[in-house]
Design a protein around this ligand. Structure first.
Ligand code: SF4
Length: 342
């Protein structure tokens, strides 16, 4: 059991079962999630004997520690965290003028095996716990406090397929959203998926107003199955039907992520087909010129602009995602892969 993965009521149960008054549960939850303390002794209104019991039971609040850090010229920071079992995950911090975004990992490695992704190529190890997921936010919050800043947006787009770790991801979203804790509005949370249809439908029924980002990356089943094996289980039409269901249930606009890979999915014909697929849907397309991995190459900016123009002309809302952190191996899984090779 990890304390950071528990809601106030669950902390109270644990305290009571150890002879400690339940009301301390609210204080402890708030210290951990709202104030992002890194040591139990920083909880100044909690008595010493209670702190001692927490230290005996849990050691330290955070289930991870920093193993490596890279800072890009554009301000993007990437962290490699070591977990208690010595496996590693990556977290990315993306500062902008108006907002501070953290990109979280949800699994150690990933089983989805997308061809363009360093994480996919390194294989799956295990799911993260809810505590390991929220601590990535809290660790950063703790750092940002010194500069009078805090995290404003959370995207579940780091290592792993978030919806393959459905329970822990959902719990982490509720923890981040909790009014006694970090109190991040659900609309500031974006959960991404490579297209797990049953989980998209389940998420639609959760009554949680999170944003959903769906990685599309190709416009025919043959092409998509080649670069994203998940498409063999859940082909495009099935996926789009599940996305329509999500929109109906939540009235939320879906983001379709389209990583442009030179010579693979960046033709004008692909742009027209994408336009045809998404026209009339409540959606937004994010075009992402890829950070090269292995043999994949990045298309020219002129090609990216042409691709976007086709969508715009079809009234499909589109933006080109600004490249961040290309000098620090910011693509998902790259830093971890380098460290594993070393
Ligand atoms: S792109 Fe996402 S879903 Fe695909 S292998 Fe990488 S981490 Fe997994």
């Amino acid at each position: 059991m990890e304390l950071l993965g528990l809601f106030p009521e669950e902390i109270k149960e644990w305290l009571q079962s150890h002879g400690i008054p339940a009301f301390r549960g609210d204080q402890i939850f708030s210290w951990l999630h709202k104030h992002a303390v890194e040591r139990f002794e920083q909880m100044t209104n909690v008595p010493g004997d209670v702190i001692l019991r927490l230290q005996e039971a849990f050691g330290t609040p955070w289930p991870l520690e920093l193993a490596a850090r890279r800072r890009s010229l554009d301000g993007t920071e990437k962290y490699l965290f070591a977990l208690k079992d010595q496996t590693t995950i990556e977290t990315v911090y993306l500062p902008e003028e108006e907002r501070q975004t953290v990109c979280l990992s949800t699994q150690v490695g990933c089983a989805m095996n997308c061809s363009f992704c360093a994480t996919g190529q390194s294989g799956y190890v295990r799911n993260l716990s809810a505590a390991e997921i929220v601590t990535q936010v809290l660790w950063l919050e703790h750092q940002l406090r010194a500069f009078g800043k805090s995290i404003t947006n959370v995207v579940y787009m780091g290592m792993g397929e978030p919806l393959a770790n459905y329970g822990a991801v959902l719990r982490s979203a509720h923890l981040l959203n909790h009014p006694q804790g970090r109190n991040l509005g659900a609309r500031r949370l974006t959960i991404s998926t490579c297209g797990l249809v049953p989980q998209i439908r389940a998420l639609a029924n959760e009554e949680l107003q999170v944003n959903l980002a769906v990685s599309l990356h190709a416009v025919t089943d043959a092409d998509r199955s080649r670069i994203m094996p998940v498409n063999r289980r859940f082909p495009l039409q099935e996926l789009l039907q599940a996305c329509d269901y999500y929109t109906q249930q939540t009235n939320r606009r879906i983001s379709y992520e389209y990583a442009l890979i030179g010579g693979v999915n960046d033709s004008l014909a692909a742009a027209h087909r994408l336009r045809q697929l998404l026209q009339g849907r409540l959606c937004h397309v994010n075009l992402i010129p890829i950070n090269p991995v292995g043999t994949e190459r990045r298309p020219s900016m002129a090609k990216v602009a042409q691709f976007a123009k086709v969508l715009e002309e079809g009234r499909v809302p589109v933006s080109i995602r600004k490249e961040r952190g290309t000098d620090i191996e910011a693509a998902c899984g790259q830093l971890r892969q380098t460290q594993l090779q070393e």
